[in-house]
Design a protein around this ligand. Sequence first.
Ligand SMILES: [Zn+2]
Length: 161
Amino acid sequence: MKGTTHIIGGLAAGVMTTQLFDVTAQQPIVFYSSALIGAILPDICHPKSMLGRRLPLISKSIHRVFGHRAITHSLLFIIGLAWLLNQWSFGFAADLQAGILAGVISHIILDAMTPRGVKLLYPLQTSFQFPLNRYTGSKLGETIVGLSLMLVIIALGLMSF
Ligand SMILES: [Zn+2]
């Protein structure tokens, strides 16, 4: 999926998990910003991605060692990142941790909707993709997914008032 779809997906994941993480009682701006960052973080493995273009040395190194949609799109990455983020213990760390993880998970789910899929069980090379990925992986399919996620954001946003 494209970066813009991932950003919409990250925001949708943030809105969908707000209740789960009790964000309204904490710091929503930190949570949603973190979800947006988390939503583009897995593509650090691709030098031409939004994040890869800003951090070319890190991106090219990860790409060279692991390839695209491999370790940064896996359960191993989610678990490792959760462990790393759990080491933080400053004031708004919980919002940051929850937001980043929600964004990363949304990214991996969206990429699993494409024909290429994700190597969820990396280092195993098996690629996982959702059924009907042939449709959601197309340009039209991606637009429909993005618009659907925007509707979810609007609907859940309206329900929260
Ligand atoms: Zn990706």
